[in-house]
Ligand binder design. Structure first.
Ligand code: ARG
Length: 459
């Protein structure tokens, strides 16, 4: 019989050391320990309620499990690699602590439904924490939007100056993007929040178990209806990684913007010293490493998604050991995502906009659209108006002048329709506030949006 193994009965030799090393997962799945214990306690309560094991024995098992949980929390639990995974480690420790009745914890249960129950409990909690962190990030963006309502900056398309916007409009764009991330995670949570326990190894359980009771104990909102599906499916985790990837992509874009905006070339944004790092050789440098790492770590999280998608592709139903590989990508994504959200929130809280610079960049030729619209309002077909203003731009560029420098007489040379009031348009603030359409950058519209979000976020 294989020594030390809970499943050693049918084996006549000890497990090869390489196999122990290669197949173990406790080095990483110990992350699930407290969720595993929670699942076991609910299971044992149910076994006792159903008369499957005697009440006194259930009490002993639960007490043993609680003591083990204390040891784990205090960091004094001895994890043993040869016991393979977190579940076997805990069960073995239970038996050592309370004797052979500890083995009754596994009555009417398989590791296949046990592991996925712990994993779902873990992920439920993580998603809730991630949503909380994203809401904090939204509140920070909202605060910046309020603070910077009277600052204009250029909006870019093709990374060329396009049109003036209020800086608040920019921050609120990301607030909206992160809101969709939150919605995606909330939706994912519905599918994570289903109880697989009670499915056994694959076909169900032959003891008179009560799955409703276990679902209630563990706070799952529903029970998985098919034992094969319950033990073999990992789409809830793929979905989580997919939500995480999209969220990282959004944070990566924000990071990239701020990296560009804080460069000397743009000089729009000052990042706080305490959130940047210096160079070992160039004394003048102040590097946006946190933002760069968020951008870089986005690649990791995409990798996590592709890993799990690939693991399940072509995997025959139901449980296969391949599925043990589901955990590390999810743990990695959780850690990376949480760190990135915390990092970007700190950056948003601490950044300062350099008003003189954004204001200057928001003017000039970024005002050209409105000059064309002026002519269009006077009946010139927009295409033609566009062409006329294009000529004005070329004329000024050739003289190394800005749009704001132009005189009314000069404008009239390009079109007699230009009047005194056309010159009023040569201000980024005026132009921004003309965009009064719903969703536009006019101050009154942004204030409406800010109020909407203040109410929604109770900020
Ligand atoms: N450590 C395994 C996993 O993470 C637990 C399930 C093992 N089940 C089995 N039949 N070998 O998937």
């Amino acid at each position: 019989m294989a020594e030390n193994k809970l499943w050693g009965g049918r084996f006549s030799e000890n497990t090869d050391a390489f196999v122990e090393e290669f197949t173990e997962s406790v080095s990483f799945d110990k992350e699930l320990a407290l969720y595993d214990i929670k699942g076991s306690i609910a299971h044992v309560k149910m076994l006792s309620k159903q008369g499957i094991i005697p009440k006194e024995e259930a009490e002993k098992i639960i007490e043993g499990l609680n003591q083990i949980a204390e040891d784990i929390k205090k960091g004094r639990f001895q994890w043993k690699r040869e016991l393979e995974d977190v579940h076997m480690n805990i069960e073995k420790a239970l038996i050592e602590r309370i004797g052979n009745i500890g083995g009754k914890v596994h009555t009417g249960r398989s590791r296949n439904d046990q592991v996925i129950t712990a994993f779902r409990l873990y992920l439920k909690e993580q998603i809730q924490e991630i949503i909380e962190l994203l809401i904090k990030l939204q509140k920070s963006l909202l605060k910046k939007a309020e603070e910077y309502i009277d600052i204009v900056m250029p909006a870019y398309t093709h990374l060329q100056r396009a049109q003036p916007i209020r800086a608040s409009h920019y921050f609120m764009a990301y607030l909206e993007m992160f809101n969709r991330d939150i919605e995606r995670f909330r939706d994912n949570l519905k599918r994570v929040n289903e109880l697989p326990l009670g499915s056994g190894a694959v076909a169900g359980v032959d003891f008179p178990i009560d799955r409703e009771f276990v679902a209630k104990e563990l706070g799952f909102s529903s029970i998985m209806r098919n034992s094969i599906d319950a033990t073999a499916s990992r789409d809830f985790a793929i979905e989580f990684l997919s939500c995480s990837s999209i969220c990282m992509a959004n944070m990566s874009r924000l990071s990239e913007d701020l990296i560009i905006y804080s460069s000397s070339e743009f000089n729009f944004v000052e990042l706080p010293d305490k959130l940047t790092t210096g160079s070992s050789i160039m004394p003048q440098k102040k590097n946006p490493d946190v933002l760069e790492l968020i951008r870089g770590k986005t690649g990791r999280v995409y990798g996590d998604l592709v890993s799990l998608l690939t693991i399940v592709k072509g995997l025959p139903l139901a449980y296969n050991r391949d599925l043990q590989e589901d955990k590390e990508p999810v743990f990695d994504a959780v850690k990376t995502l949480k760190g990135s959200i915390i990092g970007i929130t700190k950056i948003i809280d601490g950044l300062k906009i350099k008003k003189e610079n954004t204001e200057k960049a928001a003017g000039g030729f970024a005002l050209a659209t409105d000059l064309a619209n002026y002519l269009a309002e006077k009946g010139v077909p927009f295409r033609e108006a566009h062409h006329i203003v294009g000529k004005i731009v070329a004329y000024l560029i050739s003289q190394n002048r800005e749009l704001e420098d132009i005189k009314l007489e000069e404008l009239k040379n390009f079109s007699p329709l230009f009047e005194e009031d056309a010159l009023n348009l040569l201000s980024a603030y005026v132009v921004a506030d003309r965009r009064k359409s719903f969703g536009g950058t006019a101050k009154e519209r942004i204030l409406q949006q800010i109020n909407y979000w203040k109410e929604k976020l109770q900020a």
